[in-house]
Design a protein around this ligand. Sequence first.
Ligand code: GAR
Length: 194
Amino acid sequence: MTTKIAIFASGSGSNFQAIQTAIENGKLDAEIGVVVTDKPDAYVVKRAENFGIPVFSFVAKQYESKADYEQEIINILKEHEVQWVILAGYMRLIGNTLLSAYSNRIVNIHPSLLPAFPGKDAIGQALEHGVKVTGVTVHFVDEGLDTGPILSQAAVDVVEGNRSATEAKIHALEHELYTSTLQKLFKKEIKLFH
Ligand code: GAR
């Protein structure tokens, strides 16, 4: 049965695009019901519109609390019968309201080999540290910052002194790893927890 998902994103949305393309090419048995963004001007909005996928944009500071905007998001997710929440460059911590509504049904991708370099600009952190190998992690979301049980990881050799080349390798790997991990997860081919 096709899995109904929502993509949460705050930026360019290249992972969103890779997931939608994998769906269209029959590599991922899923359907994106809605894209949720906290950045109404983000490029992901344009990409979603190009595919004819509904977008829910919100501005966090227009709500009294995280619980308030997350409750509104939950209403939208239920309207679209969303089963899994897929974070793809969504730069906000998920709060208890959404975590309990989608318990063990929220997944994130992060551009490092966690637990190394959590948080913002993981690629910059890795380069700054001088590591020779970095990578990509797909993991379940809990209340922490890029914590939660790891589903898959893959490594990338750093291109020394060349941030954009390193970034390009990481993004290409993300697109591949995210779609293949989601397919295994939805087909119950990977165990949920360690
Ligand atoms: C991706 O590299 C993703 O791993 C990262 O944001 C980028 C979004 O790119 N996420 C995090 O850093 C989460 N902590 P995209 O908008 O092109 O998909």
